[in-house]
Design a protein around this ligand. Structure first.
Ligand code: CIR
Length: 259
């Protein structure tokens, strides 16, 4: 059961966020005012599901800083400050720390240190196990340090390759109740063979990053096939418009830390 979330307001510099232009035409930039509205709506939805949301002020120094999922990984018994791999995002780890300190004691807070890199978008939790995606953003050493930290607190972790793009949770997402939305490539991975895997249409790749919160699944607006699949699995759903974040590869889970 999630009771809290940490989000951060988009800054004007958001328009210069890193993008692979995977989901949009090259050069298409987010509209800042619309991004702010979408962010506020996202926070409202989390609140409507019973979460107390700490919504941090915008920080113009870091274009991608509204994606609070990446600079930390939080769980009941500890928090791990990651080491974001890109220069323009690395400083976000300092900025998230005061927020993490509000909820965790000093001896519950740990850091991924260079040469380890990690971003929270690569960490997918299933019960007390964490699947860590090895990607351009998260390396073996980052995953090794993460494993060392979380095992001290009774969790486990293992690695899986990310072969299709940015973060693991863009290609596989766990919706609880053994259900996992996946791409065709992830579907074939041994690591996930025991889950009830549902392969999402490549046309709707972006909607894999739907988000389970306390029994309900938030689904990005504009992906009818995935929405129907999630409904057919029996979940109540809430549509959330993330069109402006999508332009810079941001999706639902990226926009908060939940715990
Ligand atoms: C980036 O490239 O880092 C951002 N533009 C998008 C981050 C998305 N975060 C996530 O999937 N957890």
């Amino acid at each position: 059961m999630f009771t809290r979330a940490i989000s951060k307001k988009p800054c004007r510099a958001l328009i210069d966020g890193i993008t692979t232009a995977q989901f949009v035409e090259p050069g298409e930039k987010p509209d800042y005012d619309l991004a702010v509205k979408q962010h506020d709506k996202y926070v409202e939805v989390l609140e409507s599901l019973g979460l107390e949301v700490l919504d941090l002020d915008a920080d113009e120094r870091y274009p991608d800083s509204c994606f609070t999922e990446d600079p930390a990984v939080v769980m009941e018994r500890c928090a791990v400050i990651t080491n974001p791999a890109t220069d323009s995002r690395n400083g976000e780890k300092e900025e998230i720390l005061p927020a993490i300190r509000k909820f965790y004691a000093d001896d519950q807070i740990f850091h991924i240190e260079a040469p380890g890199t990690m971003e929270g978008g690569d960490v997918m939790r299933v019960g007390d196990h964490f699947y860590v995606g090895l990607s351009d953003r998260t390396n073996e050493e980052g995953a090794r340090q993460f494993n060392e930290i979380v095992t001290k607190f009774g969790y486990t972790s293992s690695t899986v390759p990310v072969t299709e793009g940015l973060h693991l949770k863009d290609f596989a997402i766990y919706l609880e109740n053994n259900n996992m939305l996946v791409t065709e490539i992830v579907d074939k991975m041994d690591a996930f063979k025991d889950f009830n895997r549902i392969v999402i249409d490549p046309d709707e790749l972006y909607a894999i990053n739907s988000m389970y919160i306390n029994g309900t699944v938030l689904v990005p607006e504009g992906y009818p096939k995935t929405l129907q699949i999630i409904k057919d699995l029996g979940y109540p759903t809430i549509l959330v418009d993330t069109s402006e974040f999508r332009k810079i590869d941001g999706s639902l889970t990226c926009l908060s830390l939940r715990f």
